[in-house]
Structures are given as C-alpha cells and as structure tokens.
Design a protein around this ligand. Structure first.
Ligand code: SF4
Length: 444
C-alpha cells in the first residue's frame, strides 16, 4: 500500500517500560512526518514491540509477529524479546530487522531503510552529522552525562546528576555519521569515561545489526573500526583501563590518555574523594608504557587544596619526576560555591596555592621537554589543522586540539587542512614539535 505520506503500523506488547519505548518510537515517527496506521493493510510496514519476560509473553510476542507478517508482510521487531534475536529469527526468519529494548534510534534506522522518511524542508537543511562548533576535521563525541563520584572540589554531580550513559548504538551511529561527513579525529569525552556503561550494567546495544556492550573497551574497539583517529579524554586509572592499552599499541585508537590525576598524596586524594585514589598509579603508568611505549599521558593537578602540606606537595613533585607524564596542566585551588571542599580544615593561603602551581609547572617543564626531545628523528603521521604562508600546522597522535602542542612543518603550505601527512620530527621546544614533510597526503 503506497501513500504520499508513509504510514507505519504499531503493535505494542509488554510492561510500562516497553510502553515508554513504544511512545518514544511513535513520537519520533510523528515528528518525522510518518502517519501511524490503525490497520495492517493500510500500513507500509509494522513495528512489533515485544515482551520476553515469561514463556507466555514470549509466545504472545511470537504470535503477534506471525500475525503482522501474514497480514502485512513487512515487520520490524523491537523490545525485550528482540534482545534474543535468534529466538525471533528461528520462528520468523522473514522479519526485516530485530533490535533489543530502548533502541529508538536503531528502530528508526530500520524504518528509514524500508520506508524512506518524508521530505521535511526544515529538518532536511540540517546536515546528518548535526551542527558542530569544531573545525570540520575533528569532533567531540560525548558518551555520557553526569557523574557518580563526589569529588569535594566539584559541583558537577549536583548540577548534572549521576552518570547517565548514552546508548552505545546512538554513540556509534553519531560517530559513523561524523566520519562519513569528513571528520578525521573523534575526541571521546564525558565526566568519567572509564565509567561508561556502569549505570546500565554494561547493557548490550546494537550497531549495524550487531550486539555491542555499553562498555569503554567495546566502544573503543568499535570506534577503531571507523578508520579515523580516536582520542580518549577523562579516563580514570581503574584496572579496566589496562585493557585499552593493547588497542592503543596496535594502532586501533590513538596511544593517548587524558587522565586527570589531580594529586599524588594519598591524604590529599582522600580529602578530594577522587575516583581510583587507592590505585597504585605509578605502577599502572609503568605497566601501560611497557605495553605501549608510544603512549602519551596528559594530566591535570590542583595545588594548594585545603590541608595540602609542603610534604604533600613535594610528594606530588616526586610523583611527576617518576611518572614522566608528557603533558601537565596545573590549577591553584579555588573554592567553587557549593563545593564540599570549602568546609575543609586548613585552607592554604592563596599566595602559597599560586606559588606551588608555578613551582609545579616549572618542575614539569623539563620533563615535558625531554619527552618531546625523545621524538626527534622519529617518523609519524600528523593531522593538518591549519596552513599559512610559513607552512602547515599539524598535530601528532600525542597532541589533542587546544590543550596540547602543535607540529610545525615549514614549507608545506600546499597541504590541505584535515588531511594526514607523514613527517620526520627534527626539533622541539617546551610545547611544540618541528618536522620535515616526508609524504603527503595520506589516504585514511
Ligand atoms: S569525577 Fe569528580 S571532578 Fe569529575 S565530574 Fe565527577 S565529581 Fe566532578
């Protein structure tokens, strides 16, 4: 049956949670201009939202799919029973697509594939990757909102609430669209990237019809398949992060970790109530580097947190000396209205907070420079950010945009922004690298 406005039939089974899923899908259908059909023969396809709670519900769901198939013939299955796609496909191999519960995006994708979306002159002006504020060749990919921690200097949880992970299917589809639109580097961000999926118990989602767990490792593996740079930010040093390092060593995702350590003294970390504060961070960093020698580690630190003694601060300097982090940012503690840390004893005078910050940065400068010097003579792939009359300005795998350094390639003013090039590092200063062009541009 063909109408000028496409019509979709809907069968909703199961509990109130399934009803809410149905409502989301129906809302999206109406928002996109589809009509909802009340009969099988008037619809161009039928969505069946199933229940899989008990045997009787499974039987009812399979019957409903069978009825929709015999009455209409084109059926998309979603819902709890959809999580067991083999049960559905064994009984009804002719269904068009199967998704699990809470999969509005997947269902909409399947509907679009079989009954194209009606043209909307307003919405269709928006590019599929959405509107971005970053340059065309890199983009931030937010994987969750909120945070389950309660660091005493931070008020984010009180503003944004506990961790809510985005469904992995949605995240991966967004990443895919960005890659298709020409993005060459994805910057994975959240408040606590290592915790991705904890709130949904690492629920299985779907991407391109295949199951993927809502978990950082699975996300990194899937993003690595897109063939573009993937950079991880705000990763806490939990043991689970160890599993990411081999992916970095194999070049699947960039050998780069942005780990906000904030301090090294156990007492200060405890007062800060930092996540993973009990982990042996130095050992962990050593282990990561033994697996992935090219790993760049960036971190930030707070100086002069309430109760920080000179001994605590010196412990932090000793940590920096041993950890040999590549990039470090430091902030003098400043009280945020509403933060629990404001009530802590022994506040550190502002002048001391500032002077410790300056001491830390001066101390780290040599370490960062040595890390860059070790790159002189090496060949690497860089991503071109800008071109001016002196040449190209790029970033290496160890440089995130805006916060890290740059790679200057004199004379390479013919390169195009957003392409990869192969260079040999010839020199460095405290922040940046200088390089000769070896080959350009690299297809990727
Ligand atoms: S981990 Fe700590 S600092 Fe980061 S958002 Fe959560 S509470 Fe704030």
């Amino acid at each position: 049956m063909s109408h000028s406005i496409p019509r979709v039939g809907f069968v909703s089974l199961g509990c109130p949670k399934a009803t809410v899923d149905s409502e989301h899908i129906l809302t999206r259908l109406r928002a996109e201009g589809y009509e909802i059909s009340g009969s099988y023969d008037d619809a161009e396809l039928v969505v069946v939202n199933t229940c899989g709670f008990i045997d009787a519900a499974v039987a009812e769901s399979l019957d409903a799919i069978g009825e929709a198939l015999s009455e209409n013939g084109r059926v998309i299955v979603t819902g709890c029973l959809g999580a067991k796609s083999d049960v559905i496909l064994d009984a009804h191999p002719q269904v068009l697509a199967v998704t699990g519960p809470h999969a509005t995006e997947e269902v909409m994708q399947a509907i679009h594939a079989h009954v194209p979306k009606p043209h909307d002159p307003f919405v269709d002006l928006v590019p599929p990757q959405g509107i971005r504020l970053t340059p065309k060749h890199y983009a931030y990919l937010k994987i969750s909102e909120g945070c389950n921690h309660r660091c005493t200097f931070c008020i984010i949880p009180s503003m944004r609430g506990d961790l809510v992970s985005r469904p992995i299917g949605d995240v991966l589809r967004e990443a895919e669209k960005l890659a298709e639109a020409g993005v060459k580097e994805l910057l994975v961000i959240s408040q606590d990237t290592s915790a991705y999926g904890v709130d949904v118990k690492y629920r299985t989602g779907f991407w391109g019809g295949r199951p993927v767990k809502t978990r950082l490792l699975d996300l990194a593996k899937a993003l690595g398949e897109l063939g573009i740079w993937v950079r991880m930010h705000y990763v806490y040093p939990y043991p689970s992060v160890d599993d990411l390092i081999p992916l970095m060593a194999e070049g699947h995702v960039l050998p780069y970790l942005d780990v906000p350590f904030q301090h090294a003294s156990a007492g200060v970390l405890k007062a800060m109530r930092r996540p993973a504060s009990a982990e042996n961070v130095l050992e962990r960093v050593k282990k990561w580097r033994s697996i992935c020698p090219d790993l760049t580690i960036r971190s930030t630190f707070i100086t002069g947190f309430p109760g920080e003694t000179e001994a605590d601060f010196e412990e932090l300097l000793r940590f920096l000396e041993m950890a040999e982090l590549d990039r470090v940012g430091a902030f003098a503690y400043s009280p945020v209205e509403g933060a629990a840390a404001n009530a802590l004893d022994n506040p550190v005078p502002e002048a001391v907070r500032e002077s410790r910050r300056a001491r830390l940065m001066a101390f780290q400068e040599d370490i960062s420079t040595q890390r860059l010097e070790a790159k002189i003579g090496r060949e690497m792939t860089v991503l071109i950010d800008d071109v001016d009359e002196d040449g190209a300005i790029a970033r290496s795998p160890g440089d995130a945009p805006d916060i890290d350094g740059l790679v200057y390639i004199p004379g390479a003013d013919h390169l195009e922004v957003g392409t990869f090039a192969q260079v040999r590092i010839t020199d460095c200063d405290v922040h940046d690298l200088y390089a000769d062009l070896l080959q350009d541009p690299l297809p990727r």
